[in-house]
Design a protein around this ligand. Structure first.
Ligand code: SAM
Ligand code: F3S
Length: 451
């Protein structure tokens, strides 16, 4: 009888990391038949897929590593691995700080996990591989399979189309931990999506640090040598089984007229764009090296709304960047009101070692930064509430994702503008699009009834 090895993965941070964690599960299942477990006590391999975008996320990794250390003392055959951005940044220093760690691997070497595990077991030595072997990872990953056990978002699948970032915003660690922007070839992305469509996927979410920096090599001579995101979207729009297309995250600098015009031609494009602005002050945007002004940002949104008046625009904000004055902050508030941002993310600036902004003088007391953050979050929440209230009485097309989290007798799904709706319906309708009338707006979700 073969004993199935168990894998426990803890994911920190963003959607890209969640995607990478799924790939780790796929790759270890394909190579070693491993099955995922939610219980670290019964795992043979424990992996932490980490994030270092903000300091707190980084510190939590070491804290949580300390909490599972006893499992290794109990069973020395358990392997503990650290992947993701903290691994990229700290490398061998992780094993120095936490000597019970056996594997350290980066976002671009996760496909090498089976060999790293084998070598570690054979040599009894920690294995460290945090190199950036370009886009090799995708050539070694098994075909994407819709996870039948994990019914959450079963008909919705994420597909990474590019990796890394070459923008080097002065505050951000990503270009150093994930490497430069590299796009997957056009035909590879389309083949993966066609494969997912054959397995019943109806919605794709294209992923990348800057998805609209996508420049995928094309093999057909009929076309230019590389495809941009607008062309990729056009092709995906033609796959009949795919009914809705999302992408995240896009960068204002790469938001081309071609991409904006896609919204008039491509009916499957969701009515939502996540477009991080970071600040409403041109002075701070320049210090952040974002490469656009607020006027340029507003112009993109204006053009999008000329095509899709109801499009939901969400964003990321950094509050308390070094040198942010009260006036800069008020500029951010003004922009939030002018654009009428929907649900967004906002964070207090976190100095990241090795980034240029970490060297800048920062005289704003932390308490002021916290007050500013709270003000921004309340403002955005008010706007999001008004947006939700405006949806009451409308009929929305919802992709049912499964049982509702709060009440198992109901189902939940997502609207085109990415809001969660809970309503009474048969669980068998999971993975189907359905017309739902919105009957109430709550703080973080909507209530509806099937039309
Ligand atoms: N590519 C995206 C863009 O165009 O801005 C951002 C990707 S970044 C990994 C995700 C978000 O983390 C950023 O939009 C930013 O708001 C936040 N972030 C990055 N570095 C940060 C830092 N040092 N302090 C606080 N927030 C940070
Ligand atoms: Fe980071 Fe700026 Fe790239 S926020 S991920 S360096 S676009």
């Amino acid at each position: 009888m073969t004993i199935v090895k168990k894998l426990y993965i803890k994911t920190f941070g963003c959607q890209m990391n969640e995607y990478d964690s799924k790939k780790m599960i796929d790759v270890l299942h394909a190579a070693q038949g491993m099955e995922q477990t939610n219980n670290p006590d019964e795992a043979d391999v424990i992996l932490f897929n980490t994030c270092s975008v903000r300091e707190r996320a980084q510190e939590r990794v070491f804290h949580d590593l300390g909490r599972i250390r006893h499992l290794k003392d109990k069973n020395p055959n358990v392997l503990i691995g650290v992947g993701g951005c903290v691994a990229s940044q700290e490398g061998a220093a992780i094993v120095e700080r936490a000597p019970f760690v056996d594997l350290v691997f980066g976002p671009q070497t996760l496909h090498r996990l089976p060999q790293l595990i084998e070598t570690c077991r054979a040599t009894k030595q920690p294995q460290i591989d945090i190199s950036f072997p370009e886009i090799e990872k995708f050539d070694y990953l098994p075909q994407s399979l819709v996870n039948q056990k994990d019914r959450s978002r079963g008909a919705s699948a994420s597909v990474s189309i590019m990796e890394g970032c070459s923008k080097y915003c002065s505050f951000c660690v990503v270009p150093y931990t994930r490497g430069e922007e590299v796009s997957r070839p056009f035909s590879h992305v389309l083949a993966e999506i066609a494969g997912l469509a054959n397995q019943g996927v109806k919605e794709v979410i294209l992923l990348g640090q800057n998805v609209n920096a996508y420049r995928g090599a094309m093999t057909s001579k009929e076309y230019s040598e590389t495809a941009d995101l607008a062309l990729l979207l056009e092709y995906i729009n033609k796959i009949s089984e795919i009914e809705r297309i999302r992408y995240t995250t896009s960068h204002p600098r790469e938001f081309t007229v071609r991409l904006i015009e896609s919204y008039s031609r491509l009916s499957k494009l969701a009515n939502h764009v996540h477009l991080p602005v970071q600040s409403g002050s041109d002075r701070i945007l320049a210090a952040m090296k974002r490469g656009y002004t607020t006027l340029e940002y507003k112009s993109i949104v204006h053009k999008l709304r000329a095509i899709r008046p109801n499009i939901s625009i969400t964003s990321d904000f950094i509050i308390g960047f070094p040198g942010e004055t009260e006036i800069d902050f008020l500029d951010t508030i003004r922009l939030i009101e002018e654009i009428n941002f929907d649900e967004s993310y906002s964070f207090i600036y976190s100095p990241r070692p090795g980034t240029p902004a970490a060297e800048l003088p920062d005289n704003t007391p932390y308490k002021i930064k916290q007050e500013r953050l709270q003000y921004v979050q309340e403002k955005i929440q008010q706007q999001a509430n008004t947006f939700s209230q405006g949806m009451v009485g409308t009929v929305q097309r919802v992709l049912i994702e499964g049982a509702s989290k709060k009440d198992n007798s109901e189902v939940c799904g997502r609207t085109d503008n990415n809001r969660t709706v809970n309503f009474a319906a048969n669980l068998d309708a999971t993975d189907h699009f359905i017309e739902v009338k919105i009957i109430a707006a709550l703080a973080h979700s909507l209530r509806g009834e099937v039309v």
